[in-house]
Design a protein around this ligand. Structure first.
Ligand code: PHE
Length: 446
């Protein structure tokens, strides 16, 4: 185990900002609209909202408690509380590897869109945005941008927790809200936007309660809040003792929800106005957002500002799962920060190359056109993170004594912790039962 003095984040606001920085990213802006578009729009949003409260926030608090109590990486944290639960930390490490295998690629797409907005080529081309996206997917630039994004993350991580992560989050988050609000107002005036509001805001209850919708929404809740894979354990290990964990988790969840809802209010009216399909899939925001900008004065400028903010939001998320792996290598193998960072970055690049085989026209897996990209995306959010979350609930409320969570929620009696009974009950019964039920139901067993 490393004996160096452990770093910590500054004040309370810093803790919220860095955790929100991890949570808010492509999950809310890219993945949420694409999932909502494929799973019934408003019905999905309604269930997602519920999942954030019933599943996301409780699990996040559980992870915060483990991290701050132990002040260790995910594996070390679980192991130091209960030796035979260290595998739960390893699940997180594997989850972080799977996310690394595709997240950098999508973040790289934002780099491409930023540069093509800046040079104007995105808007001056005669090809449709859909064709431009498809052309880019087959080009070597996709590999280059993925590499660049890993490099960017690498350079921030290598500077360490205080200087790198904290500073980055503080600057990048607030600006993102502002531009999303401006865009939401702008799309409201586009012809045909009403269809988007109808799709995104009027739920079809029959659809909302289908097992598939709930399954996907739970996965999205885990993914967008960065819970179920030790990321919040790792971050909370840098929190200060006087940080109010309950308040932090609520603030992070509410900020993430706000960004996701804003993203929906931007994307769907634009989709309907441009006559596109909401179920377009992973390319959704990259083909619809340019539609919003293209008729605005100074399209390239607006578009560049948006994509640079998306890049920043993604960067605060890539930093967080990179840190899960870096902290693991650093502390478990007693490596220097530099070496641990290098190993993580090299590993991430290798996994991304596997997902990018389509660029080289290589098909290793030819299961109905499924790529490693799809497999990494599907398994992280829908399988690894919910399983990690399920066992986090069981660990915190069945393996540990109530005093463990109570002490962390009340800062050892300094706060009142009025929500403790509700949280305890939810984490012990409701969240695990819901996850198990939906898993079994979705597999068609009942
Ligand atoms: N929550 C991040 C996002 O929405 C993704 C993420 C998942 C980050 C898990 C860290 C850990 O973009």
């Amino acid at each position: 185990m490393s004996q160096q003095k452990r770093a910590s984040f500054g004040g309370k606001l810093s803790a919220i900002l860095v955790a929100a920085g991890s949570a808010i990213g492509l999950g809310s802006i890219w993945r949420f609209p694409y999932m909502a578009g494929e799973h019934g729009g408003a019905a999905f949003m309604l269930v997602y909202l519920l999942c954030v409260f019933v599943v996301g926030i409780p699990v996040m608090l559980g992870e915060f408690a483990v991290g701050r109590q132990t002040k260790m990486n995910a594996v070390g944290g679980y192991r130091s509380l209960a030796k035979n639960w260290r595998w739960l930390g390893y699940c997180g490490v594997i989850g972080a590897m799977f996310i690394s295998g595709y997240y950098y690629i999508v973040a790289g797409w934002s780099l491409e869109y930023f540069f093509s907005s800046l040079t104007g080529s995105l808007y001056s081309s005669t090809e449709s945005f859909t064709t431009q996206f498809a052309t880019f997917q087959a080009s070597w630039r996709e590999v280059l941008y993925t590499f660049l994004f890993i490099l960017l993350t690498h350079l921030i991580i290598i500077r360490g927790v205080e200087k790198g992560i904290e500073k980055a989050s503080k600057v990048m988050m607030p600006a993102l809200f502002v531009i999303l609000v401006i865009m939401a107002i702008r799309v409201a005036f586009m012809p045909g936007a009403e269809g988007g509001y109808e799709f995104f805001l009027r739920p079809n209850f029959a659809e909302a309660f289908s097992a598939k919708t709930i399954f996907t929404a739970i996965g999205q809740a885990f993914f967008s809040l960065s819970v179920g894979m030790g990321c919040m354990v790792t971050y909370a290990s840098y929190f200060k003792e006087d940080n109010n964990l309950t308040g932090t988790s609520l603030s992070v969840a509410l900020l993430t929800l706000l960004v996701a809802v804003l993203a929906g209010l931007v994307i769907f009216p634009a989709v309907f106005s441009a006559g596109l399909e909401p179920s377009e899939g992973a390319s959704l925001i990259f083909v619809t957002l340019p539609e919003i900008f293209k008729d605005m004065p100074m399209a390239g400028v607006w578009s560049s500002v948006f994509f640079i903010l998306l890049i920043m939001a993604s960067l605060t998320s890539t930093i967080s799962f990179h840190e899960v792996l870096t902290a693991y290598f650093l502390e478990e193998y007693n490596l220097s920060r530099k070496a641990a960072t290098r190993i993580t970055s090299a590993l991430s690049l290798a996994l991304c190359l596997l997902s990018l085989l389509w660029v080289f026209d290589i098909k290793v897996l030819d299961i109905q056109d499924t790529s490693f990209f799809d497999i990494f995306d599907y398994t992280t959010a829908n399988i690894l993170m919910p399983i990690g979350g399920l066992f986090t609930c069981l660990f915190v409320t069945w393996k540990m004594k109530p005093s463990f969570l109570r002490d962390q929620m009340t800062n050892h009696g300094k706060l009142r912790g009025r929500l403790f009974p509700l949280l305890w009950f939810t984490l012990r019964y409701i969240t695990p039962l819901l996850i198990i039920y939906i898993f079994v139901k979705n597999l068609g067993i009942i």
